[in-house]
Design a protein around this ligand. Structure first.
Ligand SMILES: Cc1cc2nc3c(=O)[nH]c(=O)nc-3n(C[C@H](O)[C@H](O)[C@H](O)COP(=O)(O)OP(=O)(O)OC[C@H]3O[C@@H](n4cnc5c(N)ncnc54)[C@H](O)[C@@H]3O)c2cc1C
Length: 324
């Protein structure tokens, strides 16, 4: 593998955070092998994105076409396969996002490339790229060997590599779009924004995340009191929303909100990756769980292994006393 490619994701005129994560990791891998990192940027009216991408890559390959204005896996596949079939071997990094999931498998078949999906880490060992994937909700890590001298695609779970701006100054290259017609079997219809809820948890500096450990809806009061004491907002894991105990706009995770508060207190939450992906960007994470092996403790800065019904009232009383 000499060259690494990273697919830049953008939506409604904004580059998505995952793109910077892919570029950060991609640069590290390319440097390791004396190759170059190319950011692949497909779309329409792309000039506005170039300055923010330049420091992250050696090259930015641009494919401008009005037919690429909104993501469409069919069109993207045609363009990417045209670019990559010219390469002997390569590593393509894509987000394990709605778009990446839509595109990755079918592109790998067309290119005859190996693919490892939903990865949270990449290591290089001798002649292998080792892609790391979680199994059984994060209880096991699987290492997938991809031959470094072959064509490989890895889709990366959001939040896996903290983005770090570099001091590169990418060369901008144009690639002529091979698209001759609109996509034949799928088309973009419209973006539908999620309705705004009564509370926007993404704006809060302190979030108390509550999970199934709370057991009954009535017990939420306990957590709401704690939140009030420290000026926070109550968020939750998905089972709490599924049970109808809190509205959907309080759900944190891959199918809920992504939050980056100063403090996230996870109470009675096991730490499934779908939850973690939504809150791992918090500055400080405190977990309260009676199971010492709960995966949430791997993400937490501080952990309390005990019964939440014992810990939360003590915490609330201490904080109230401190405030007084
Ligand atoms: C496609 C898909 C998308 C998903 N999206 C999301 C998402 O966006 N957000 C999300 O959260 N989940 C999501 N999930 C669900 C996710 O896989 C988990 O099932 C969920 O996060 C588990 O929630 P939990 O931690 O509250 O419950 P559990 O996994 O049941 O954990 C409860 C925890 O409470 C602890 N506990 C129990 N009693 C006490 C007590 N008295 N004191 C202290 N601790 C106690 C237990 O030890 C346990 O660790 C998704 C799943 C799928 C398949």
């Amino acid at each position: 593998m000499k060259n690494v490619f990273a697919l830049v994701e953008h939506r409604q005129d904004k580059i998505r955070d995952i793109s910077y994560e892919l570029l950060t990791k991609g640069q590290e891998l390319a440097t390791l092998y004396g190759g170059e990192l190319t950011a692949l940027l497909l779309g329409n009216e792309l000039t506005k994105f170039i300055d923010s991408l330049k420091p992250y890559a050696h090259r930015i390959m641009i494919v401008e076409d009005a037919k690429l204005k909104d993501f469409n896996a069919e069109s993207y596949q045609i363009v990417l396969s045209n670019i990559l079939k010219q390469e002997q071997d390569f590593l393509l990094l894509m987000g394990h996002t709605a778009s990446g999931m839509d595109l990755g498998a079918s592109l790998s078949v067309e290119l005859g490339a190996s693919i490892a999906t939903d990865c949270t880490g990449i290591e290089i060992e001798n002649d292998n790229i080792i892609a790391i994937r979680q199994m059984y909700e994060g209880k096991l890590l699987a290492k997938v060997n991809l031959n470094i001298k072959a064509k490989s695609i890895i889709t990366i779970r959001e939040g896996s590599f903290p983005p770090q701006v570099s001091n590169l100054s990418a060369k901008v290259l144009d690639f002529t779009s091979p698209l001759t017609a609109e996509p034949s079997y799928r088309r973009f219809v419209e973006y539908i924004e999620a309705p705004l809820g009564e509370v926007d948890i993404t704006k809060s500096d302190i979030i108390i995340g509550i999970g199934r450990g709370i057991k009954e809806k009535e017990n939420l009061l306990l957590v709401e009191e704690l939140a009030k004491t420290i000026g926070g907002i109550v968020g939750c894991s998905r089972p709490i929303v599924d049970a109808g105990w809190l509205p959907k706009d309080r759900q944190v995770g891959s199918s809920g909100k992504t939050v980056k508060p100063k403090l996230y207190i996870a109470i009675g939450i096991s730490g499934a990756f779908q939850h973690i992906s939504g809150m791992k960007g918090a500055e400080t994470i405190i977990a309260i769980n009676k199971d010492p092996n709960a995966p949430i403790f791997s993400e937490a800065d501080y952990g309390i292994v005990d019964d939440l019904f014992k810990v939360v009232p003590i915490l609330k009383n201490k904080l109230t006393a401190m405030k007084a």
